[in-house]
Design a binder for this molecule. Structure first.
Ligand code: LHQ
Length: 265
């Protein structure tokens, strides 16, 4: 399925969404945002879809905001960048976090600016070893956006988050893995197979359970331990009533692999 500069490939239980402006290193403009918004909405609306993979065409994952786009500078005065954030990036980050299934960032090449921060909003990141992560905002007099000031210190701590943001030096994929910024850096030759195997595995997972995990982990940042224990009690009540819990226990007792149905909502 093609939607302008964003492609959707429907696989067995999962969807591969590809940013497809390789001649611009998949930089984000309004058409990319619109296509990605539709692609994520399509994944959510399809009950057979239990995992989303986000990747880039060509040699980059994405160079972030298209700096040549008209929203980055107006002929008649300075731009109001908050409009772009409010209209596009903030809803995108919220959509990824609220998508009721795991989102894999498959980082095939450089991820810069807002695109790096979109990656950090995903649930699991696999990067090719040749990929790198760059927070270039300091080179532009800007502040990390698309959730970067929130996700970065939580993923890697203040020292590395502030170093990445203030020095704007690229972080190679293997360092990103060592820092805990991403799940795994894999050899370039194994990248596609690793991503596809992971997506296929997650497409057979108890999807609603993973969606509850996303909710619980995300809520934890604003909660005290007491509040979080209450929340765990509540989501576990829901989870315990789900057919996938019954299947998981039955499969364990029958010593066979579980056959989770995933999405019930
Ligand atoms: C590009 C871009 C690009 C256009 C490479 N735009 N053309 C959002 C909106 C609202 C508020 C403000 O903030 C934001 C969030 C942001 O994302 S701001 C940050 C925007 N991104 C950047 O600052 C990254 C700029 N790009 C780079 O630093 C490098 O291009 C990277 C490190 C990504 C890749 O370097 P190389 O592999 O050496 O490639 P290159 O620099 O030669 O780029 C290839 C082409 O892509 C080149 O065009 P050309 O016509 O000369 O071949 C670049 O101009 C173009 N390109 N990034 N963001």
């Amino acid at each position: 399925m093609s939607d302008g500069p964003v492609l959707t490939d429907v696989r067995d239980g999962w969807r591969l969404i590809t940013l497809n402006r390789p001649e611009k290193l998949n930089a984000f403009n309004e058409a990319v945002h619109a296509g990605l918004r539709r692609a994520l909405a399509g994944a959510e609306a399809d009950p057979a879809c239990r995992c989303v993979v986000l990747t880039g065409a060509g040699r980059a994952f994405s160079a972030g905001q298209d700096l040549g786009d008209r929203v980055m500078g107006e002929a008649d005065g300075p731009p109001d960048l908050s409009v772009t954030l409010e209209t596009h990036y903030n809803p995108l980050i919220r959509a990824i976090r609220r998508l009721p299934m795991p989102v894999i960032a498959a980082v095939n090449g450089v991820a810069a600016g807002a695109a790096a921060n979109i990656v950090f909003a995903c649930d699991i990141t696999i990067a090719a070893k040749s990929a790198k992560f760059l927070e270039p905002f300091a080179s532009l007099g800007l502040v990390p956006d698309a959730g970067g000031t929130w996700t970065l210190p939580r993923l890697v701590g203040n020292a590395r988050a502030w170093g990445m943001a203030m020095l704007a030096e690229p972080v190679p994929a293997e360092s990103a893995e060592a820092w805990g910024l991403i799940w795994k850096a894999v050899d370039d030759g194994e990248f596609t197979a690793t991503v596809e195997q992971l997506a296929a595995r997650l497409a057979k997972a108890p999807t609603d359970g993973l969606a509850r995990m996303k909710r619980a982990f995300d809520a934890s940042w604003a909660n005290t331990l007491d509040q979080q224990l209450d929340l765990e009690r509540d989501v576990q009540r829901e989870a315990g009533r789900s057919p996938d819990y019954a299947e998981g226990v039955t499969a364990f007792l029958q010593k066979r692999p579980p056959r989770f149905r995933g999405r019930f909502g």
